[in-house]
Ligand binder design. Structure first.
Ligand SMILES: Nc1nc2c(ncn2[C@@H]2O[C@H](COP(=O)(O)OP(=O)(O)OP(=O)(O)O)[C@@H](O)[C@H]2O)c(=O)[nH]1
Ligand SMILES: [Mg+2]
Length: 496
């Protein structure tokens, strides 16, 4: 290990210092210790930090969705429109722009739609078609509301080729107002997950437990109760109903006066009452709400699509900016080596970096706010022990894999660049998740807690041994071009 830890670690306490000491005595090459060691160490620091955090953000427990108002839907449409407008300006030549805008146009009209769209979905052979037919012949004509009903292709059919039909079926479900999810036996894990997925996407759902005639009456009640219990948090118990869309005919035997036995199969009518009563109630009370929800889902999913493209375009612009800062930071720390813990002062994690990246992501904030965010990133890097970990790992990589002789300041130079990169990538990631700016006043542009979480995620993604090695090589190549690519190439040949 190249560097000595001259000061006690600020956070992570005894256990982290102890692990580091263990590590030092175990091996002089941290690189050989690899990513698992790093992860372990990080875990110690991280859990300590997490422990300190108040358990905020635990609100999202139930997925039973709450009512939407028209204003929320209009806002979602407006945000989508803003996103598209940004894309049209920032990526003029992107070919799908026109097509995205085309999808936006019908959304406003969709808010006024009068007809309700109902979809029947579920696994193979659960009785979707029979249910649909039964509803079409009896229930739908009895409603004053205009209702259209369709069936998706069967879900969960398994083979790779059919995966796409599975997604298509889910998509069809999401673009309808009300989903009747049919099962014909125990609720499987896959079915449960799909229901959760749909509910999480704010889809109105009724679970229809079909083929009741196959159970004995006492069993029916137990199974239904269990289902309602299991789905309480996902759908609410009232949205789980039992039916028989096409009960099997019943065999009837009759003694004839002449002593002979006559036997025949008597067809049974569908038993749909529990479902149709519930549906009638939903239609009477929720029609407007259902149409709004569908519109909201469509707007939100379109916005997601646009944001993905926009984020990619912006990232392509942001990475070179971060690289500029890395070079500046590396050069400064290389020329003027500082102890590990003061490295952050040299790393280019400053308000200007935050401002520059924020500008690419169209985020509005003041320089003091940016400086504050930069300060938070810096102090979190210290608290989580990232500075020490990075420095020692980089020292290890430099020693064992790249050079036999390490120029003074190389460790600091590369570390400063690395920390700058981690900070920059964290900011990118953080900005990507922000709402696309509407012209609204933003009270607090930085959620520092979330910024911290993003930092950890990004650090974990970027401290793999392989990544660090190539990062070190690249940075050294920049810092000391004369220290030569030959040696790097040589060490590669040796280590491979
Ligand atoms: N016993 C009983 N059988 C039923 C019931 N409902 C449907 N079936 C039978 O289940 C089988 C499948 O019914 P369908 O309505 O075609 O099922 P589906 O879900 O549309 O099937 P796919 O479209 O092929 O996935 C048929 O043989 C029906 O007669 C029911 O309530 N009770
Ligand atoms: Mg069918």
């Amino acid at each position: 290990m190249a560097m000595k830890l001259q000061r006690p670690l600020l956070v992570g306490g005894v256990s982290l210092s102890f692990s580091l000491w263990l590590l030092q005595s175990l091996h002089h090459s941290m690189a050989a210790f690899g990513e698992f060691g790093m992860l372990g160490l990080l875990a110690v620091g991280t859990s300590f930090w997490l422990f300190q955090q108040k358990t905020a953000n635990t609100a999202q427990s139930s997925t039973v969705s709450s009512p939407l108002d028209r204003e929320t839907v209009e806002q979602a449409i407006a945000q989508t429109e803003t996103a598209i407008a940004h894309l049209e300006i920032e990526a003029e030549s992107y070919q799908a722009n026109a097509q995205l805008r085309q999808q936006l146009t019908p959304l406003k009209a969709e808010l006024e739609r009068q007809e309700l769209r109902l979809v029947v979905t579920g696994g193979k052979g659960v009785g979707k078609t029979h249910l649909l037919q039964a509803l079409e012949t009896s229930w739908i004509p009895s409603q004053s509301q205009k209702i259209s009903a369709t069936e998706t292709s069967a879900l969960f059919v398994g083979t790779d080729a059919e995966e796409t039909t599975d997604t298509a079926a889910k998509k069809a479900a999401l673009s309808s107002d009300l989903v009747l999810f049919v099962i014909a036996g125990d609720l499987t894990d896959t079915e449960f997950k799909t229901l959760q997925e749909l509910a999480a996407a704010n889809q109105r759902l009724v679970l229809v437990f079909n083929k009741q005639d196959q159970y004995l009456p006492p069993e029916r009640a137990t199974v239904l109760e269990q289902l309602q219990q299991r789905l309480l948090d996902v759908l609410g118990a009232e949205n789980v109903v039992a039916i028989a869309a096409a009960p099997s005919p019943v065999k009837v035997r009759q003694h004839q006066p002449d002593g002979a036995m006559r036997e025949w199969l008597e067809p049974q009518p569908p038993q749909l009452n529990s479902l149709t009563e519930h549906l009638s109630q939903i239609v009477a009370q929720e029609s407007q709400q259902l149409v709004w929800r569908t519109t909201w889902r469509k707007a939100t999913s379109l916005k997601g699509e646009v944001k993905t493209v926009l984020n990619q375009v912006r990232r392509d612009r942001a990475i070179p900016v971060i690289e500029q800062y890395q070079i500046v930071a590396a050069a400064a720390a290389f020329a003027n080596p500082v102890p590990a813990l003061d490295l952050l002062a040299t790393a280019a994690i400053n308000g200007q970096l935050v401002m520059d990246l924020g500008a690419i992501y169209q985020q509005k904030f003041s320089l003091p706010q940016a400086q504050n965010a930069a300060g938070t990133l810096g102090s979190l890097m210290l608290k989580l022990g990232l500075v020490e970990l990075s420095t020692s790992t980089i020292a290890g990589v430099l020693k064992s894999h790249v050079f036999t002789f390490v120029a003074g300041g190389a460790v600091q130079g590369v570390s400063a660049a690395y920390l700058t990169r981690i900070a920059g990538l964290s900011l990118i990631e953080y900005f990507q998740e922000q709402e696309i700016n509407l012209e609204t006043a933003n009270e607090s542009p930085f959620n520092l807690h979330k910024l911290g979480q993003t930092l950890q995620k990004v650090f974990q993604q970027n401290q793999r041994a392989a990544f660090l090695q190539s990062f070190v090589k690249q940075s050294v190549g920049r810092l000391m071009p004369e220290a030569s690519s030959e040696k790097i190439a040589g060490s590669e040949a040796l280590s491979s």
